[in-house]
Design a binder for this molecule. Structure first.
Ligand code: GLP
Length: 258
């Protein structure tokens, strides 16, 4: 895993945007895995700016979002579909986008179809991920099978509390979600994880330097062949080997840089 430490959240988004630019230059019709939450908002703003400036072209890409709340229709302002329209899809055009339907009647069918659609698109080239404060990726809470596929999950009380800030009251946060599984995420050719702030420091340390365990689903990325983690100083503060990660980045060969 490559660990990149930047001075602040804005620099993290800038570095992540450079990775997207490189990906799109290598393959204009890339299949992109997208994430929600506060973490990717700065990156999406940058991608929109770059697309409008003609620096990148997203119009041939196919996208798959990680997850969606069960019970929220795509028009609900807190649905992840509405989030993605607000931050990206209403601002730039992509060829096709996919988000699990939170109102689907047959959830197992929806999940199987989602997996099938990813396969049919040729698999995900670049998967963007945020990190839950408990080490979850997508909505794969601690204890999720590291081989899991897209399925229904029940949120932990901690995640409900973390996400309550987007709803009028904690009671309105849906308890159930559909999420790509850890195994689905692991199949992406490149995983790109972003994290900011002190609140993520424990999860970042466990993900990078702790044991690989289902209790920290993000830790499975230690076994991924191409995983990049970009964090700000605060999120890096629990990493024991942060000086080494800085050293590696400073000495990175020019051809490896985004
Ligand atoms: C939710 C999302 C995750 C996201 C996490 C962190 O649980 N399902 O994909 O990574 O929140 O959110 P934030 O970026 O707001 O800290």
């Amino acid at each position: 895993m490559e660990v990149i430490i930047k001075s602040n959240a804005d620099e993290v988004s800038r570095e992540a945007a450079a990775i997207f630019r490189r990906q799109l230059r290598e393959k204009t019709d890339s299949v992109l895995g997208l994430a929600t939450g506060s973490t990717p908002v700065g990156l999406y703003d940058r991608l929109v700016m770059m697309a409008r400036a003609g620096e990148i072209d997203l119009s041939h890409t196919t996208t798959f979002n990680l997850d969606e709340y069960v019970g929220l229709s795509s028009s609900h302002p807190q649905s992840y579909a509405a989030f993605m329209r607000r931050h990206l899809f209403d601002r730039v055009s992509v060829a096709r986008w996919h988000i699990p339907d939170g109102k689907a009647r047959d959830i197992p069918r929806l999940c199987a179809d989602y997996e099938e659609a990813i396969l049919e698109a040729g698999g995900i080239d670049l998967q963007l991920l945020g990190l839950g404060s408990d080490g979850h990726i997508g909505f794969n809470e601690p204890g999720s099978s590291l081989g899991s596929r897209t399925r229904l999950k029940t949120l932990t009380a901690r995640t409900v509390a973390d996400n309550a800030r987007y709803f009028a009251s904690p009671g309105e946060v849906p308890r159930h979600v559909v999420t790509m599984g850890v195994g689905t995420i692991f199949d992406a050719r490149h995983c790109l994880v972003l994290a900011f702030g002190e609140g993520k420091a424990g999860a970042v340390a466990a993900m990078v330097e702790g044991p690989v365990t289902a209790m920290v689903p993000a830790s499975v990325l230690q076994m991924h062949p191409v995983c990049t983690l970009i964090v700000d100083e605060a999120a890096a503060s629990g990493l024991e080997r942060r000086d080494y990660y800085r050293w590696v980045y400073e000495n990175k060969p020019a051809w490896q840089r985004a």
